[in-house]
Design a protein around this ligand. Structure first.
Ligand code: UDX
Length: 426
């Protein structure tokens, strides 16, 4: 198949390279010339394990091309995927700026085009594919030969290529046979047919939010049980190991700690909560999920204060800045929020370490009280109070914490050699 992908970020690029690995010809479109040039040189603009090797392979076979021109990409292809961001505004409503702009440009490029399918891969609330994307494209293109679909992406950062090539399931929202058959034949190469779920477009849109909200809920649930466990002197991990063995529940996403961050969970739960309210459906569940998540940092700060007294004037080492290990992504990272809180508490200095996320963290948080340190030993030599905020593998060595006062936000160590060790919920 000939496929164009609008937006060459995490989702667009990994999905497109995945298609090309199955011998489809893929055109990437992006507004960022730097990204376009990099893809055309077979260099990945983002870090994701296995992506660059795969990009080099498909590039050498002539299966991928990037361009700034919608016209060029869309005229050369039969199916277009939209994979641009859908951020959430401060009030919780979804920001459709990118989706609307992209739809207009696709509409222009489809003016005299023969049969074409437009698939929304971006996370959008139920109704947006039909009421916004389809409406705009039909209005601008005046073309009746366009078919629409919604196909959410469930990939995890750090495992994106793995998730693209071996998905648990593929969800396809369609309204006609043509788009259905085309997408079925595209995805049959990735997953067995019983794992491809065909449904109305709105249902597919809701699947994505329901999945992310459920996983977020599991984390906040564990954090709530964790608060209780902490008050009772119980290790919540021991409890969740037993709870998770129930097949109906499952052990994944029951790890208590500083909570969830990243580009998806916080924004999607916020958008779902706002949307539900806008339909006058009574709901407090998701607000609670977010509330627990936001207040986990305060829980840790309180524990720290109960041990070392006021944080005013204290020097503190913070280990881990990315929102989870194995990525340099710091979006909605709990670690950066924690550092801001430590500064609010008048800590004298925060020495912040991360194996790969420091450069991104610097752009997000620069403050005279925060010093970023690239070398782990060096960071640890700066102060006695240590907080572990992200569970990088390199932090697991107990020896590192000899004589330190350690507060563990992710249950990374046991604190065998620490002068003092205390976990957030264990
Ligand atoms: C997530 C979804 O997993 C993915 O399906 C969706 O497409 C996008 O959002 P990602 O943002 O890459 O993917 O991160 P994920 O690995 O799911 O972790 C999200 C956050 O939850 C991280 O901050 C992580 O530290 C936290 N988390 C995860 C916990 O606090 N406890 C857990 O048990 C699991």
């Amino acid at each position: 198949m000939r496929i164009s992908i609008i937006g060459s970020g995490y989702v667009g690029l990994t999905t497109g390279v995945g298609f090309a690995l199955k011998n489809h010809k893929v055109w990437f479109v992006d507004v960022d010339k730097r990204k376009v040039d990099m893809i055309n040189r077979a260099t990945s603009p983002i870090y994701e394990p296995g992506l660059e090797e795969a990009l080099r392979e498909v590039h050498s076979k002539g299966l991928v091309r990037a361009t700034l021109s919608y016209e060029e990409a869309i005229k050369s292809t039969e199916i277009t995927f939209i994979a641009v961001p859908t951020p959430t505004k401060d009030d919780g409503s979804i920001d459709l700026r990118f989706i609307e702009n992209v739809s207009r440009s696709i509409g222009e490029a489809l003016k005299d085009k023969d049969k074409h399918i437009v698939v929304v891969k971006s996370t959008v609330l139920p109704g947006i594919t039909e009421n916004v994307v389809k409406e705009i494209i039909k209005q601008v293109s005046k073309n009746d030969n366009i078919y629409f679909a919604m196909n959410p992406e469930f990939l995890r950062e750090g495992r994106a290529m793995e998730d693209v090539l071996n998905p648990d399931r593929v969800v396809i929202g369609v309204e006609d046979e043509y788009a259905k058959e085309k997408l079925l034949s595209l995805y049959k190469d990735f997953v067995s047919e019983d794992r491809i779920l065909i449904m109305p477009i709105r249902s597919a849109e809701l699947v994505k939010y329901s999945s992310n909200a459920f996983l977020s809920m599991k984390i906040s649930y564990s954090n709530l049980i964790g608060r209780l466990a902490k008050r009772l002197g119980i290790d919540v991990y021991e409890v969740m190991d037993a709870v998770g063995m129930d097949k109906r529940i499952g052990r994944d996403f029951l790890n208590a700690g500083l909570g969830f961050g990243g580009s998806c969970f916080p924004k999607d739960v916020k958008a779902l909560s706002y949307f539900t309210k806008s339909l006058n459906v009574r709901n407090t569940l998701w607000e609670e999920v977010l509330e627990i998540n936001e207040t986990q940092i305060g829980e840790l700060i309180n524990i720290m204060k109960s041990v070392v007294g006021s944080l005013k004037g204290k020097e503190i080492v913070v280990l881990g800045l990315s929102f989870k290990p194995d990525t340099d992504d710091i979006r909605e990272s709990r670690a950066l929020k924690l550092i801001k809180k430590l500064i609010d508490e008048k800590a004298e200095k925060v020495y912040a370490h991360d194996p790969i996320a420091i450069d991104n963290a610097k752009k997000e948080l620069s403050h005279d009280k925060v010093e970023y340190i690239y070398d782990l030993q060096d960071a640890l030599s700066r102060a006695d109070i240590v907080v572990i905020a992200t569970e990088w593998e390199m932090y697991k060595n107990e020896e590192l914490y000899k004589d330190k006062i350690v507060f563990d936000g992710r249950r990374v160590i046991r604190g065998e050699h620490a002068r003092y060790y205390e976990g957030l919920s264990w």
